[in-house]
Design a protein around this ligand. Structure first.
Ligand code: ADP
Ligand code: MG
Length: 364
């Protein structure tokens, strides 16, 4: 039994198609992150799960029960919004128990839940304050508390940290992670922030233009992106995508970047299908962190490239090299000295590369 299942779901606003044939499943206790650029349909999908938005095609199941036409209040779901949506005229106590009162839960049970959750979230000293008398982080806690007291089957979060400053965002991210570790609740969490997605999700569903591009563990998303969109979206700086061609003979496969005078042997790469690779136009993908200054593995590929640009970012530096007039970014520790406009010996870690068909943009 899946805690949440979304089947062939499509949604349009008038003539604008916002979600296209979405299929998703979440097991009990998992933390699913919906990650994608602004406007890709994340909030719409979350609102559909909550029952706040109608469906054009497809179905939503909770515990195998089709809830597509069930009222939001009867779905046993709680949502935490980006804006927190606290009632400004109510104090913290009233905000937190509002939903329980609406649901006609007994006074004793309400008090019990309020005490437990407010202690847990460390807002028990703030119960008499109005939202305007709270810091951003405290408001966020109260918004989470209001969801927690209801002990819902599924928690929905819509960009809950995006209104906080950078430092607080990282702190609250850790708190949400701890909360999930302790309570083991099922969560669907929307964000456009890849670091948030990576650190929180047990699974990440990457969306673009209303279509799920890949839905896998953070490790698989990072190591084996299924297309160039995912490869480019995850990682900072993004994966280098070098255009070129494959040459296949009976005993080996080579990659030649457009205009380059060297071949990269890629015999260890795990191609989905090794037929018809000869002359295939592809993108050779390598992350900046997988280009080394010192040889680290037996099969690292050595190449001499000229450094054009250096960006110092504290603990690291990002160097832009020229690979036959294509930009290649590498990330090194700041302690390494790289001279600009001079050839530098670099090592490509060929165990960490990805290849994509240049036409379909899909992983090969
Ligand atoms: P995200 O949360 O990923 O930023 P949304 O789900 O909010 O994206 O929006 C997806 C697309 O649907 C956007 O192009 C947005 O303008 C459009 N949209 C969202 N809600 C409505 C609405 N109520 N009416 C018309 N268009 C909408
Ligand atoms: Mg949104």
């Amino acid at each position: 039994m899946k805690t949440l299942k979304i089947e062939e779901l499509s949604k349009n606003f008038g003539s604008t198609e916002v979600l296209r044939k979405i299929n998703l499943e979440i097991d009990e206790g998992n933390f699913l992150v919906l990650l994608g650029p602004s406007g890709c349909g994340k909030s719409t999908l979350l609102n559909i799960i909550a029952g706040l938005e109608t469906i054009n095609e497809g179905n939503v199941y909770i515990d195998d029960y089709n809830v597509s036409k069930v009222e939001p209040k009867d779905r046993n779901i709680a949502m935490v919004f980006q804006s927190y949506a606290l009632y400004p005229s109510m104090n913290v106590r009233e905000n937190m128990i509002f939903g329980l009162k609406q649901a006609k839960v007994s006074k004793e049970k309400i008090e019990e839940q309020l005490e437990k959750v407010s202690k847990f979230l460390q807002v028990d000293a703030l119960l008499e304050r109005k939202p305007s008398q709270l810091s951003g982080g405290q408001r966020q806690r109260v918004a989470i508390g209001r969801a927690l007291v209801r002990e819902p089957r599924i928690f929905l979060f819509d960009e809950p940290l995006s209104n906080l400053d950078a430092k607080l965002r990282v702190e609250m991210r850790r708190e949400i992670k701890k909360l999930h570790q302790q309570l083991k609740t099922t969560v669907v969490y929307v964000t456009h922030d890849q670091t948030e997605a990576m650190s929180l999700g047990t699974k990440i569903a990457i969306m673009n233009h209303g279509v799920i591009q890949q839905n896998e563990s953070p490790e698989n998303i990072y190591n084996k992106p299924s297309n160039t969109f995912v490869a480019d979206f995850i990682g900072s700086p993004s994966m280098n995508l070098i255009k070129g061609n494959l040459k296949q003979s009976s005993d080996r496969i080579l990659f030649t970047a457009e205009g380059a005078n060297f071949d990269i042997p890629i015999n260890s790469y795990d191609f989905d299908d090794t037929s018809q690779l000869n002359n295939k136009e592809i993108y050779f993908g390598i992350r900046p962190e997988h280009i080394y200054f010192k040889k680290s593995n037996e099969n690292d590929f050595e190449v001499n490239l000229k450094a054009d640009l250096s960006e110092y970012i504290g603990h690291e530096q990002i160097i832009t090299f020229n690979l036959a007039n294509q930009e290649l970014l590498a990330k090194f520790s700041s302690t390494i000295k790289i001279e600009l406009n001079k050839e530098t010996k670099l090592y490509f870690d060929l165990t960490q590369v990805s290849m994509f068909d240049a036409n379909s943009q899909e992983r090969i």
